[in-house]
Design a binder for this molecule. Structure first.
Ligand SMILES: [Zn+2]
Length: 377
């Protein structure tokens, strides 16, 4: 929020900058602030890395538990299946036994009926035919023997049936218990799956958070690099400007000459009128060389009222210099000629309204005279 405000404010300043140079200056404190923020985010990223590592370890542990639970669940389901098979078999055996019992009972019933019916008949027959009596007795004995055998078999079947029923009940109890265990394992498995998914989500969240911070930091690192480069460029620009200012400084045009009259309002020593003195007067012996204060081009070389004769050099950028009170025969340059800084262009004279040999020097900036003194500092 604070930074957003700062950015907005900077933008406004940019739009309405009165002193663009002052605004454009990249602040070292801003760069430091950004670096600090990047470092802080790096710390957060490291913390997230640690959290991720821990979560991953927990997730792995959980995966192990989950796999164990999976195989346990599979084993329990297998047991349930086998027990069900066993139960089916037991039921089939019971049915088989019930069938055998029914068959045996039917057989026994038939024999008994036979014994009853035939017994009576044989009995009557043997009363009529005594020869057959012995035969009848032996046959009757056989049937009785068979009936006894049937009864033993039937008892054995019934005993088997009883055991089979007990066995079936036991299998059913076993099955119930195994199903309970399987259901419990299923519940645990579901819970572990849910927990595992939570860990996965947590990891994804951490990953996202880290990516976000890394993105910001990448952007901010670029910005810091850009700001540093900009600052360096600004510093170089400043150095260049300072160097240029040094180079651009005017050369003192008259060796040994001293200012005898400043730029500004004064009473004219000749006319006595109170008006602006449009240049500085540099006193020096007659004939002392006058040098161009800077590189330029001669744009005027002519007589001028009150000034005797003048030479004007244009330095570009709207700045020109005017040299007055010279004698035309001392002028060594002509209009249109390029001159370099320090080149002799004329000599100190006493031409025109002058109370002694001196150079009247004017600096004209954008068509108006300005105080030449700052140009020599
Ligand atoms: Zn003057």
């Amino acid at each position: 929020m604070r930074r957003t405000l700062h950015v907005a404010l900077s933008f406004l300043l940019f739009l309405f900058a009165v002193l663009p140079a002052a605004f454009a200056e990249t602040k070292a404190s801003d760069i430091e602030e950004k670096k600090k923020e990047i470092k802080e985010r790096d710390k957060q990223i490291l913390q997230i890395e640690r959290e991720k590592k821990l979560t991953l370890e927990e997730k792995r542990e959980l995966m192990k538990q989950l796999n164990d639970m999976k195989s346990r669940l599979a084993s329990l389901n297998e047991q349930v299946y086998r027990t069900e098979q066993k139960l089916n078999k037991s039921e089939r055996r019971l049915q088989e036994l019930e069938k055998r019992i029914a068959e045996r009972e039917a057989l026994l019933k038939n024999r008994l009926r036979f014994l009853y019916q035939r017994g009576e008949m044989y009995y009557l027959e043997t009363l009529l035919d005594s020869d057959s009596f012995g035969d009848f007795l032996s046959r009757l004995d056989l049937v009785r023997k068979l009936i006894r055998a049937d009864r033993r078999l039937l008892d054995a079947h019934k005993e088997d049936h009883k055991q089979a029923e007990a066995e079936k009940a036991s299998i059913e109890r076993d099955l119930k218990e195994r199903k309970r265990l399987a259901a419990e394992a299923e519940r645990l498995h579901k819970r572990l799956v849910k927990e595992y998914k939570q860990y996965e989500k947590q990891l994804a969240d951490l990953e996202k958070k880290q990516e976000h911070l890394e993105e910001i930091n990448e952007r901010e690192r670029k910005e810091v690099r850009r700001l540093i480069a900009q600052k360096m460029k600004e510093a170089a620009e400043k150095d260049k400007q300072q160097a240029e200012a040094k180079d651009g400084k005017f050369l003192w045009p008259v060796k040994g000459g001293i200012i005898t009259s400043e730029y500004g309002y004064r009473r004219n020593p000749v006319t006595g009128a109170y008006k602006l003195h449009e240049g500085i007067d540099i006193g020096a012996p007659l004939g002392t060389a006058i040098r161009a204060v800077a590189d330029g081009k001669v744009i005027e070389s002519r007589p001028a009222s009150g000034y005797g004769y003048i030479v004007v050099v244009d330095h570009g950028g709207g700045v020109s210099t005017l040299y007055a009170h010279v004698y035309p025969q001392d002028v060594t340059v002509s209009i249109g000629q390029s001159v370099s800084r320090g080149q002799v262009i004329a000599a100190v004279g006493n031409n025109g309204q002058s109370t002694g040999p001196h150079l009247h020097l004017e600096v004209i900036k954008d068509g108006r005279t300005v105080d030449p003194k700052p140009y020599f500092r």
